[in-house]
Design a protein around this ligand. Structure first.
Ligand code: ADP
Ligand code: UDP
Length: 237
């Protein structure tokens, strides 16, 4: 079904062309990077957990009317998706100050934001994904005003859906990053939604259940990813 060589190899996934020009196969690796690729390592079984967790979230969001690229899971590490022209804008939504925002505005990590914040970053590894705004997007021609409006509308709705769902699973949704792309003229949610791209904290203990365990050398990284999958689906691996 797939050609041998990936058409793209990223930090966490490989992307393969398929026989259908409108579809791609995404392979989830165990490779982990942080701080713009400066820190590298592997997290055992991360690819399996992220594929299953992303599959779960795409299905959940699809039922709630969010258009996305996910077609089906092909294997434990492989997902079939609609081919997108990725818009080079990373959309971050935040409910609680953490990571780069906590540093930038001088708030302690864990302080609740009065309202959700959307941030836009230019998806460019060489530049280190800088923070940008609508004016930069228009000046650089990264997306049209209508596309930005659609991404922001979906991002806020996704935040509502995920935060409410996770609350029931005793997980607090701190922040997350989304990528969107265009397929047959329509803006669809792409990439992945996983502990690599979200901050999840246990609602009762505050324990981090995401990639910050790798970034900050907190230990039990694989266990955290496994725990997220278990809370979502009851599945243990
Ligand atoms: P990175 O490129 O940041 O190292 P990954 O290792 O996750 O990230 O690589 C996956 C790449 O595939 C990303 O660049 C992402 O934008 C891209 N991508 C995700 N979903 C799709 C899709 N449906 N169509 C085309 N490209 C996609
Ligand atoms: N994020 C991501 N990819 C990036 C940058 C950020 O998935 O290239 C996610 C990150 O996991 C977190 C949110 O976006 O859930 C906000 O990240 P932040 O800006 O705080 O950056 P960090 O301090 O994690 O580098």
């Amino acid at each position: 079904m797939i050609t041998q060589k990936p058409m793209y190899e990223g930090k966490a996934k490989q992307v393969f062309a398929t026989e259908n020009p409108d579809e791609l196969m995404v392979y989830f690796k165990d490779d982990a990077t942080a701080f713009n690729g400066e820190k590298r390592g592997t997290i055992d079984n991360k690819g399996v957990f992220n594929n299953k967790i992303s599959t779960f979230f795409f299905n959940l969001l699809g039922k709630e009317g969010i258009p996305h690229h996910f077609i089906k899971m092909l294997s434990e590490r492989e997902m079939l998706v609609k081919k997108l022209a990725i818009l080079p804008v990373e959309v971050v939504v935040r409910n609680i100050a953490a990571g780069s925002l906590a540093k930038r505005i001088g708030w302690e990590e864990g302080r609740k934001l009065p309202t959700a914040i959307i941030e836009l970053y230019y998806k460019d590894d060489e530049l280190g994904d800088p923070l940008i705004n609508d004016y930069h997007i228009q000046a650089l021609g990264l997306a049209t005003p209508a596309q930005v409006e659609t991404m922001e509308k979906y991002a806020l709705r996704i935040n509502e859906i995920l935060a409410a769902f996770l609350k029931d699973k005793k997980v607090e949704l701190i922040d997350f990053k989304l990528e969107f792309g265009v397929h047959k003229g329509e803006v669809l949610l792409g990439d992945e939604i996983s502990p690599d791209t979200c901050r999840f904290w246990d609602s009762e203990t505050g324990q981090k259940l995401d990639k910050d365990r790798f970034r900050r050398d907190l230990g039990n990284v694989e266990e955290a990813y496994r725990e997220v999958l278990k809370r979502l689906t009851g599945e243990k691996s």
